[in-house]
Design a protein around this ligand. Structure first.
Ligand SMILES: Nc1nc2c(ncn2[C@@H]2O[C@H](COP(=O)(O)OP(=O)(O)O)[C@@H](O)[C@H]2O)c(=O)[nH]1
Ligand SMILES: [Mg+2]
Length: 495
């Protein structure tokens, strides 16, 4: 629980520390300057609030009895003006429903003020829903509020028409109270009808009757009453809300950063690559199997042929297998080239799809979007594009396969030789068949594993790099989460 100015000093420092990583410096300056000014002068202030052209500035002048504020049908008040009234500060504002800039100026001042003098004009905004919503917001914020109906159309005081207008206003207040779950809203707002223009005139021209008819005197004592009765409690209430709003805006910015799609997009890219790798493996395995269908029978045929010598059998098998393997290699290269093209299209699509939006301009914090999408991803994509040539180089060097083939052919022939010498024809044929089968299976396995390995090495490197980036993003997120927790803890202290 916040008790004194020192608590606010601490909170200001803690909030500023996080804010420096989340907010624009101008926002932080405004925040610091408001807290500082409140610490310097812990008194309640009043804001003149309401739609523009309802007579807010005229009312200020009526209160002072002279023209201190500019009045006019065009929005005259473009910024917040500060007046000292009976020792209290009153702020005149441009009002709401003017334009974005003026509305924002007004909203900022509303957040900073403790007491609200809300002006509605009897000739205009009596039935405007938006106006009552704004009144509801003030009541919900637990700020004392006086509602002034500025009698622009000169209705006689205490007339039936005046009562009808006041009743209408109370009905509208009741309705907005129900809508916003505000109990007994009519007891939380005091309503006064005054004629600001005539009050000003009466004061300037010293006309007592006119002054009394303007009904400004009742309003003046209500304002005095409200100002003197409120104090520390109202200032703490408004200041806490001001800080909470500031923190909530920061939390929103942090949430946007945490929710940013980049982590998910990187996960998507990783999944895409893994799927690509898997389907490449399957396709190559199928191709190798298909290409070697019947290879064992062909080898057996060569082995059992009557005419040729062992030497020529050996060279026939070698030739046959060499041709097979180089055919398979060619097909493997083709498959990988197609895969490369497909991957390139997919990654291009991915990049196009995941181009970061340019609206993340709020913070000074390292926005992960820029470096991922501008620097790192293109590099990764380049690597992905380069993976096929790597494989082609590896399997293109035939030396490895030739070695394998010689081993396989020798194994088959050694076995065949020994049986031929013993002339156990039947057994030899059976053994030769199974040997051819098992050696061809070995060849299949070696080819498939060889390809898979090359693919794995290339994909793993790429996936690792992307994965690391994803991890880094997650740790960035954990930093952001930590900031959020700090802010939540401050909000807890404020309530
Ligand atoms: N007849 C009449 N006109 C008023 C009254 N109060 C303000 N006006 C006029 O309404 C216009 C807007 O007044 P102003 O005080 O500038 O409104 P603001 O934009 O809310 O500050 C001016 O032309 C005023 O002369 C009033 O009590 N009676
Ligand atoms: Mg004005």
């Amino acid at each position: 629980m916040i008790n004194d100015k020192n608590d606010y000093r601490k909170i200001k420092d803690e909030v500023t520390q996080v804010a420096q990583k989340v907010c624009e410096s101008s926002e932080i300056e405004k925040f610091i300057s408001h807290i500082d000014s409140k610490i310097r002068d812990f008194r309640q202030t009043m804001i003149i609030y309401g739609e523009y052209n309802t007579g807010k500035s005229t009312l200020i002048n009526a209160l002072f009895g002279k023209e201190v504020a500019k009045m006019g049908d065009a929005p005259e008040t473009k910024e917040v003006h500060e007046y000292l009234y009976n020792g209290y500060t009153i702020f005149d504002t441009p009002g709401i429903n003017v334009d974005n800039k003026d509305d924002l100026v007004t909203k900022e001042q509303l957040e900073k003020s403790e007491i609200v003098l809300f002006v509605i004009s009897t000739d205009g905004s009596l039935e405007v829903e938006f106006v009552y919503e704004k009144i509801g917001e003030v009541v919900k914020a637990k700020k004392p509020i006086i509602l002034v109906l500025n009698n622009k159309n000169g209705i006689n005081p205490n007339s039936l028409q005046e009562r009808q207008i006041i009743n209408k206003v109370y009905l509208n207040l009741e309705r907005i109270g129900k809508l916003n779950d505000i109990e007994e809203i009519e007891n939380k707002i005091s309503v006064y009808i005054v004629n600001a223009k005539e009050a000003l005139k009466a004061k300037i021209e010293n006309k007592h009757r006119l002054l009394s008819d303007s009904q400004i005197l009742g309003l003046e004592s209500a304002i005095d009453d409200c100002l003197t009765k409120s104090g520390h409690k109202e200032v703490v209430n408004a200041l806490n809300q001001y800080i909470r709003n500031f923190i909530n805006n920061m939390l929103e910015t942090l949430d946007n950063k945490i929710d940013n799609k980049e982590s998910n997009q990187i996960e998507t890219l990783i999944t895409l690559l893994k799927k690509q790798q898997e389907s490449l493996n399957i396709e190559l395995e199928k191709m190798v199997n298909n290409e070697l269908v019947g290879a064992d029978s062909r080898i057996l045929e060569i082995l059992l042929s009557q005419q040729s010598s062992i030497e020529s059998k050996k060279s026939d098998i070698e030739k046959y297998l060499n041709a097979k393997v180089s055919n398979i290699n060619e097909k493997a290269i083709n498959i990988m080239k197609i895969a490369e093209r497909e991957l390139r299209t997919k990654t291009d699509e991915f990049l196009e799809f995941s181009t970061p939006n340019a609206t993340t301009n709020l913070a000074n914090i390292e926005a992960p979007s820029s470096d991922i999408f501008d620097e790192i991803l293109p590099k990764i994509i380049e690597q992905v594009k380069a993976f096929i040539p790597t494989i082609i180089n590896e399997i293109g060097g035939k030396a490895g396969w030739t070695q394998t083939l010689i081993l396989i052919v020798s194994a088959i022939l050694d076995m065949f030789n020994s049986y031929q010498k013993e002339e156990r024809q039947k057994t030899m044929q059976l053994e030769a068949r199974s040997k051819s089968q098992s050696e061809i299976n070995k060849l299949k396995e070696q080819l498939i594993n060889g390809y898979k390995n090359c693919i794995k090495i290339t994909f793993d490197g790429t996936i690792d790099k992307i994965d690391n980036k994803a991890k880094q993003l997650k740790s960035d997120n954990s930093e952001l989460l930590e900031m959020k927790n700090k802010l939540f803890a401050i909000i807890d202290r404020l309530s």
